[in-house]
Design a protein around this ligand. Structure first.
Ligand code: PMP
Ligand code: GLU
Length: 388
C-alpha cells in the first residue's frame, strides 16, 4: 500500500532514542541522557520577547513563502560580515529548520538515479533525504586515523557520470571534525572541476573550539559560490530547536525552485518564529563566546575521562559541535547492543553509530550539564570495568 519511497525511509534514530530517554526521565527514572542533539540552554530572552511581541501585535498571518524581507536582509548581512558571502535577498530562502532547507535543496537538485556523495560518518537524515528524492546515496568512507575527513583524491574514487551533489557538514555531527581552509579549498576545486553541487551544512558554525576558524566553502570563488547551497539555522546557535527556523543561500534559480516547492508544501515558516529570528541576530560574539567556553569545558572533561579508559574506547577530539564519536570496536558489541545494554544496565542513553554509517561507534552528546556528564561518565566507566 505504501509508496516505494516511503518503504525505503527509516525513522530518525536520533529523534527516537532522544524521545525514549526523555520518556524514561518523565517516568522518574534516573537516566543520564547523552542522546540530545540540541543545546541545553534556554532560548535567550531577547528572542522569546520578540516572539511574544509578534503574537501580541498580531503578526500571526501568512508571510511570503520564502521569508519576511526583514529576516532575509538580516541573513544577507550575516553572510556578508561573518562568512564573506555576498548575496541579495533573492538568493535567500527561509525554511522550517535547516533540515527542511536541506530536504528541499535535495528535492530540487536531484533526479531519479542521480548520486549524492556523502562522507561517513554522516548526519542520519542525509541518505534518507536523498532516497526520498529518488537519488542514490554514495557513502564515502573515512577513518578516525585520517580525522574522518575526505579529500579530492578519495572523492574522485566515487565519481560517476551520475554524481550530482556532495553533502558536506563542518563542524560535523556526529564526529565534530572541522575542515580547515586549505582542505575546503581543495574540495571546492574538486567540485568546480567536476561540476558537482555542494550542500554545505554549516549549522554548527558557532560551536567551534580551540580558536579554530569556520570557513564557508562558497567563499573561495564565484564558480564555487554558483555550485554551493549554504545551509544554516537557528536551532544550535541560539537554542531554538523547537521554533523551527533555518535558511539557505543559493543561486536564484535554485532558490526560486525551493520557494516554489515551499509554496506547495509548507508555505512560509511560522510568522512569529521569523520575528524571533530577526531578534536573534542582535546577539553578538560575547553570547557565542560564553556558549563555546561552556561546551569546550565539557568536551575537555569528557575526553579526560575517556583517556582513562582508552584501552576500551577510542575517540577523535571534537573540534566543533557537541558530540564525541566513540570507537567501541574493542568491546566486541555492535552499536545498538552497546546502546541498549548501557541504557538497561546503567541508565545512560547515547546514540548508536549504525544510523550514522558506523556500527563500531556510539555518539555521546555533551549538550547537558557538567553534573550529568560526571555521573554518566562514572556509570560508563563502571559498566566497562564490570564487563571485563
Ligand atoms: N544538520 C545537522 C548536521 C544537524 O545535526 C541538524 C540537527 N537537527 C540539522 C541539520 C537540522 O537542524 P534544524 O532542522 O533543527 O535546523
Ligand atoms: N540533529 C540532531 C541530532 O543529530 C537532532 C535530531 C535530528 O533532527 O535528527 O541529534
Amino acid at each position: 500500500m505504501l509508496s516505494r519511497r516511503a518503504k525505503e525511509v527509516s525513522p530518525s534514530a536520533t529523534l527516537q532514542i532522544t524521545a525514549s530517554a526523555n520518556r524514561m526521565v518523565k517516568e522518574g527514572k534516573d537516566v543520564v541522557a547523552f542522546g540530545a542533539g540540541e543545546p541545553d540552554f534556554d532560548t535567550p530572552s531577547v528572542i522569546k520577547d520578540a516572539g511574544i511581541a509578534a503574537i501580541q501585535s498580531g503578526f500571526t498571518k501568512y508571510t511570503p513563502t520564502s521569508g519576511i524581507p526583514e529576516l532575509k536582509e538580516a541573513i544577507v548581512s550575516k553572510l556578508k560580515t561573518e562568512n564573506g558571502l555576498v548575496y541579495s535577498p533573492a538568493n535567500i530562502i527561509v525554511s522550517c529548520g535547516a533540515k527542511h532547507s536541506i530536504y528541499n535543496t535535495i528535492q530540487v537538485l536531484m533526479d531519479e538515479g542521480d548520486e549524492a556523495l556523502i562522507p561517513v560518518p554522516f548526519w542520519v537524515s542525509y541518505p534518507e533525504m536523498v532516497k526520498l528524492a529518488g537519488g542514490k546515496p554514495v557513502l564515502v568512507a573515512t577513518s578516525l586515523k585520517k580525522d574522518f575527513k575526505v579529500n579530492p583524491e578519495i572523492l574522485e574514487r566515487h565519481l560517476t557520470p551520475k554524481t550530482k551533489i556532495l553533502i558536506l557538514n563542518s563542524p560535523s555531527n556526529p564526529c565534530g571534525v572541522v575542515y580547515r581552509r586549505d582542505e575546503l579549498r581543495a574540495i571546492a576545486d574538486f567540485c568546480v572541476k567536476h561540476n558537482i553541487y555542494c550542500i554545505s551544512d554549516e549549522i554548527y558554525e558557532k560551536i567551534i573550539f580551540d580558536g579554530i576558524e569556520h570557513v564557508s566553502i562558497a567563499s573561495f570563488s564565484d564558480a564555487m559560490k554558483k555550485l554551493t547551497v549554504t545551509v544554516n539555522g537557528f536551532s544550535k546557535s541560539y537554542s531554538m530547536t523547537g521554533w523551527r527556523l533555518g535558511y539557505l543561500a543559493a543561486e536564484p534559480v535554485i532558490a526560486s525552485a525551493v520557494s516554489n516547492l515551499q509554496d506547495h508544501s509548507t508555505s512560509n515558516p511560522t510568522s512569529i518564529t521569523q520575528k524571533a529570528g530577526v531578534a536573534a541576530f542582535s546577539l553578538g560574539e560575547e553570547f557565542f563566546g560564553d556558549i563555546r567556553k561552556k561546551f569546550q569545558e565539557r568536551r575537555d572533561y569528557i575526553t579526560s575521562r575517556l583517556d582513562k579508559i582508552k584501552d576500551k574506547i577510542g575517540y577523535k577530539k571534537p573540534e566543533g559541535a557537541f558530540y564525541i564519536f566513540c570507537d567501541i570496536s574493542r568491546t566486541k558489541m555492535d552499536s545498538f547492543t552497546f546502546a541498549k545494554r548501557l541504557l538497561e544496565e546503567k541508565l545512560v542513553a547515547l546514540i548508536p553509530g549504525a544510523p550514522f554509517g558506523c556500527d563500531d561507534y556510539v555518539r555521546i552528546s555533551f549538550a547537558t550539564s557538567m553534573d550529568k556528564i560526571k555521573k554518566g561518565m562514572d556509570r560508563i566507566e563502571e559498566w566497562l570495568w564490570e564487563r571485563q
